[in-house]
Design a binder for this molecule. Structure first.
Ligand SMILES: [Mg+2]
Length: 273
């Protein structure tokens, strides 16, 4: 192969293997332009067999603390978990957080968590538990306004669980079914990670910065699209939902490494060296 052809081939392969690199470089070049909205499971933390088995790797809390400082507080979590669960993971750090798919919010790190929707009615919870009784591989997670049905240990039951939960949404029409990575969640229709992000972007710490939503799952897409509509970016993490081709990160470890570099860049912005 002629040298220039080899160079073009190598460059093309590099672009295929790191498709998001140009976008990531753009953010690193000027951190002060951006605000960060970050999903937790599959994005900051590697996926675990059970939600309570997720592990916070060494150094992540320190990275998030440096990031928040470097971004003037313009770093938030946008998660399907409860805000209190996020706090437990990242203690002693507390960030602005949208929880349970936009149905909880804490607009200030030291503030109270507000519930934006009523708790799941007991009849709905009972109907969900009846579905779970079909297999010990099904795990129910009650999260106030949302109930999640995890089936990572019984993936073959996914279609049957989806059908049964779908029938619940026909009866209780305020709820919709949101699929995730080996999980199906009954979520109040009015709420999503998109509404969660919308409730945060106008806060002083985020105002005037372009929003970046980083996520790995179906539920993150509404927030990614909104971030893009607002002049920002939706950055995808490869996994069971996004494949590697077209994703910005090949997994949570890549996100953590990039965020650590971004925290360095925010602490030493261009022109200050
Ligand atoms: Mg996720």
């Amino acid at each position: 192969m002629k040298p220039h052809l080899f160079y073009m081939y190598a460059t093309a392969m590099q672009e295929i293997s790191t498709p998001g690199s140009a976008r990531l470089e753009r953010v690193l070049a000027n951190p002060a332009e951006w605000a960060l909205f970050i999903d937790i499971d599959g994005t900051l933390l590697d996926m675990a067999p059970r939600p309570d088995a997720a592990v916070v790797p060494p150094g992540l809390v320190e990275t998030l603390t440096r990031l928040s400082k470097g971004f003037g507080g313009g770093v938030a979590l946008v998660t399907g978990r409860r805000v209190a669960d996020a706090d437990r993971f990242f203690a002693p750090l507390r960030l602005v957080t949208s929880g349970v798919h936009g149905a909880e919010v804490r607009t200030h790190p030291g503030g109270e968590t507000l519930m934006l929707a009523a708790p799941v009615p007991s009849e709905v919870l009972q109907a969900v538990h009846d579905i779970a009784a079909r297999s010990s591989g099904i795990l129910i997670e009650e999260k106030g306004p949302v109930v999640a049905v995890h089936y990572r240990k019984a993936p073959e039951l996914g279609p049957a669980i989806e059908r049964d939960l779908g029938s619940i949404t026909l009866r209780w029409k305020d709820f919709t079914l949101r699929p995730g990575r080996r999980v199906l969640e009954l979520v109040p229709k009015a709420h999503s990670k998109g509404t969660g992000l919308r409730s945060l972007v106008r806060l002083p710490a985020f105002n005037g910065r372009r929003p970046i939503m980083i996520g790995d799952d179906h539920g993150d897409e509404a927030a990614m699209h909104l971030a893009q509509r607002l002049g920002g970016l939706g950055l995808k993490v490869a996994g069971e939902h996004f494949d590697r081709h077209g994703a910005d990160f090949d997994g949570a470890a890549s996100v953590r490494a990039w965020l650590s570099g971004l925290a360095d860049a925010a602490a030493n912005p261009p022109g200050t060296a």
